[in-house]
Design a protein around this ligand. Structure first.
Ligand code: LMR
Length: 296
């Protein structure tokens, strides 16, 4: 049945008449799909339906992402870069990375660019400026409703081309707006879309994946940063080693670097700590499930 849907996608891809599309391999065999690939966009996961929490999905998805990691390990190029989209994305990325020990773990990531784009759009609408006038918003932690959309270092570019602080541009109620509107709207946007569409986000997720891949391939601009969930070193922002946590990064020559030494207000750091705690719990649960799945 899934292959019928894949066939539909194949037909649509053909109909796009994409000049750069050299060929399609339509398969449900990971080792065939991943052979010699440069990029893996791991979109398929057990999907969340209305009312479900992401944690409900963990057990099923550990099995899926272990298998995908093992297949990547076996047949993909060792330089492959991996973007995990299927939820719970951060922990799925960790499971895939752990299952692919021959691929450097820095080449695994999870998508939080969708949250980043949501933060950009909401901020631009609030300030009544164009979205491309806003930059350096960021998302910390998990791609879940504990995530921390952060405007502390956000800038907007005025009509003379100068960058100004978003925080300073907000009116007196700015802090209230951030706490009561901005953070919860961005953090719960995925659930809001599922409620409305009865399906998870699709168009905005595809756009975010394209943004993520484009920046990883071609780099970020100047000192502008973007958000992606990557392996934590244990040395920054109170995030323990070995989690896939969303952080602000800049990218050059295909290498991401966490933006160093950002000042974090206490209110934001507390929220980051809570999201990190959720990631630690997910990791523990995932490791338990992993040990229950026999190795192939
Ligand atoms: C989103 O942020 O739109 C999705 O990750 C939501 C979901 O759980 O599928």
């Amino acid at each position: 049945m899934a292959m019928e849907a894949v066939r539909g996608l194949e037909l649509e891809l053909e109909d796009c008449a994409l000049p750069l599309l050299a060929g399609i391999v339509a398969t449900d065999e990971p080792e065939e799909a991943f052979r010699d690939i440069d990029w893996a966009l791991l979109i398929g996961a057990m999907p969340r339906r209305e009312g479900m929490q992401r944690k409900d999905l963990l057990r099923a998805n550990v099995g899926i992402f272990k298998q995908q990691g093992q297949a990547l390990n076996k047949v993909a190029k060792k330089s492959v870069r991996v973007v995990v989209v299927g939820n719970p994305a951060n922990t799925n990325a960790l499971v895939a990375a752990h299952s692919a020990p021959s691929i450097p773990i820095e080449q695994f990531s999870a998508l939080t660019r969708l949250d980043h784009n949501r933060a950009l759009a909401l901020t631009a609408a609030h300030l009544k400026v164009r979205v491309d006038q806003v930059r350096n918003v960021c998302i910390w932690g998990n791609h879940s409703n504990t995530q921390v959309p952060d405007l502390t270092h956000a800038l907007w570019v005025n009509n003379s081309g100068q960058s100004e602080s978003v925080l300073q541009a907000l009116d007196q109620d700015g802090i209230q707006w951030i706490q009561n509107d901005f953070i919860p709207i961005v953090a719960n946007r995925g659930a809001e879309i599922i409620k409305a569409r009865k399906l998870s986000s699709a168009l905005s997720a595809a756009k975010a994946i394209a943004d993520h891949v484009r920046n990883w391939q071609f780099g970020t601009q100047g000192d502008q940063f973007v958000s992606m969930a990557v392996l934590s070193s244990g040395q920054q922002y109170g995030i323990p080693k070995g989690l896939m946590a969303s952080v602000p990064v800049t990218i050059s020559n295909g290498i991401w670097t966490v933006v160093p030494n950002l000042e974090i207000p206490e209110m934001i750091q507390k929220r980051i700590n809570a999201s990190i705690k959720e990631l630690e719990d997910e990791r523990e649960e995932a490791l338990q499930f992993l040990s229950l799945i026999p190795s192939q």
